[in-house]
Write a protein that binds this ligand. Sequence first.
Ligand SMILES: [Zn+2]
Ligand SMILES: [Zn+2]
Ligand SMILES: [Zn+2]
Length: 287
Amino acid sequence: MKLKYLGTAAAEGIPALFCSCPLCKRARSLGGKDIRSRAQALVGDDLLIDFGPDTYWHMCRYGLDLSKIRSLLITHAHEDHYSPAELDYRRRPFAYLSGDKERDDKDFPTLDVYLSKGSYDYAGVKFHEENYLLSAPLTFHRVWAFRPFTAGKYTVTPLTANHWPDHEALIYLITDGKSTLLYAHDTGLFPQETLDWFKENRPRLDFVSFDCTGMADGHDTGGGRHMNLYRNKITREQLTELGCGTEKTLWCCNHFSHNGKSTHAELVGIMEKEGFLVSYDGMEAEF
Ligand SMILES: [Zn+2]
Ligand SMILES: [Zn+2]
Ligand SMILES: [Zn+2]
């Protein structure tokens, strides 16, 4: 399986939109891996995870043809992960399959969007009051934690995140039959029901992408609903004890906030010693 990180920041981005903190100042002058757009990832060339405000920038930066994306998984409806208004541009006259009217009417394939009812309802005003998305070739599927579903060639199992209980935030386990990715953000330490699911099902994990909003903080701080290096280590231990993580598993820290105060190079210096990869925008992994 191939994973490409399109964006690797928390909600405000690094540098953050209106911020002049020391890290944001350094990021502006360093550029490169210190410019982090809002979190989004591409699996293979046909499955996209999240659809935040930097999707347009990601399409331009990486030369993506988003018409090829067949499935879109939404983790939750926080605005850095889901900008449903942008989906309106997936219809004529904003998007053409070929420019041939008859073919476009007939053949424009649907995009399957998978999300919890909590995410759908939170963004519901845009769907129901303005009503525009109903005419676009989009199919919305409600998904439930712990109920696997098929998205193209992938089997996807949503799991409960410890993030936004009122709005059914999810993390996703994705397998193509050969390898398995756990895309685990946004979330704090896993809730018991998610740990119980791992205990019962024991999937072998090839790649784990962790919420590391608090960056290299080695203490149990940073609020209940995100993680930092300390919590990433605890979660890695929990998954390893269950046999889901092995010596072959790749563990990657992702979804960073400027409040963690570290540049990419500083994070690499701290985290690689601990056995974690450090994501950056454009990073690719194959496993
Ligand atoms: Zn986020
Ligand atoms: Zn800042
Ligand atoms: Zn969030």
